[in-house]
Design a protein around this ligand. Structure first.
Ligand SMILES: [Mn+2]
Length: 307
């Protein structure tokens, strides 16, 4: 039976720099995300966009405090929990990556044996003490793993939302020094960009999924930050990092994850339309959704390759 997707837009850049990640959900919808998923055999229920508090109106850019991020996280959690409780797969589209906190809060509550696959140029494992920028989009995974500001860490009343031994990071290539210490102390497994270059997508993802399986993961929340892509070809993100993988490699990575474990929930984050000259990044984002979620879209691609 084909899955039903609960689409949740998070038009927020409160967790990152003000360069337009808040425009991501509207861009994805305008580019036909819903129709493409429907063509792939999925039913899509669009929950619309969550309400987002305004940025500070005046003055120099400063990182947003935790309270508005918490508000957004609670809205995302509410919608994601509703989707999960009705048997749907929540698909959160961002928006900056701090919006994953709310979706993971909901998944952690609803899905037994939840593991996380975090595909990102950055591991997002800073805490307020180690973050060079103070932006919460660089702290999201740490918060889910129980590290960081208490109101966010304890969003659901318990912490961690997901045990660090059921979390893998794939593709990280820009890791801050203090962030690296946090990752080591927490015991989060990182398959970095160099690992991907050396062993390729299939082997790296296979190794990551085997590790999660050994730690009793029964379903996965897959979170994709589009900045894992090479900004030379896919520039539409808010914090580009040099090097990175191709759209084909990313599509193969998410498909491999979906083949190896039940997908409980998914995020596609950090699409930043003003930076996306030529719309390669929005196209890649839609392909990522199709390849992870739509079985018949996958079959069509495989058939066309076989011919
Ligand atoms: Mn990220």
């Amino acid at each position: 039976m084909a899955a039903t997707i609960g689409l949740i837009g998070v038009p927020s850049s409160l967790g990152g720099p003000p360069v337009g990640a808040d425009l991501g959900p509207a861009r994805l919808r305008a580019a036909g995300l819903t129709a493409r998923l429907a063509d792939g055999g999925l039913t899509v229920v669009d929950f619309g966009d969550v309400p987002v508090p305004p940025r500070r109106p005046r003055g120099e850019y400063r990182p947003t405090g935790f309270a508005p991020i918490e508000t957004v996280a609670r809205w995302v959690a509410k919608h994601a929990w509703r989707a999960l409780s009705e048997g749907m797969i929540p698909l959160v589209i961002g928006g900056d990556h701090s919006a994953s906190i709310g979706g993971m809060a909901a998944s952690s509550q609803s899905v037994p044996g939840l593991g996380i696959v975090w595909i990102d140029a950055h591991p997002d494992f800073n805490t307020p003490d180690t973050s060079p920028t103070g932006n919460v989009h660089g702290m999201g995974l740490a918060i889910v793993a129980g590290w960081g500001p208490t109101p966010l860490v304890r969003l659901m009343g318990y912490a961690p939302m997901v045990h660090p031994d059921r979390i893998v990071v794939i593709g990280a290539r820009a890791i801050d020094a203090g962030e690296m210490d946090n990752l080591r102390q927490a015991g989060v497994k990182v398959f970095d960009g160099e690992h991907l270059e050396r062993y390729g997508v299939r082997e790296t993802v296979g190794e990551a999924m085997t590790y999660l399986g050994e730690n009793h993961t029964r379903a996965v929340h897959l979170s994709v930050d589009l900045d894992v892509l090479d900004p030379g070809g896919w520039p539409g993100v808010s914090t580009p990092a040099p090097r990175g993988i191709t759209a084909i490699e990313l599509a193969l990575a998410v498909q491999t994850v979906a083949e190896m474990a039940p997908l409980a929930a998914m995020d596609i984050m950090e699409l930043t339309p003003p930076e996306d000259a030529g719309q390669a990044t929005v196209d890649a984002a839609i392909q990522v959704a199709e390849r992870a979620l739509a079985p018949s879209a996958r079959a069509r691609i495989q058939n066309s390759l076989a011919r």
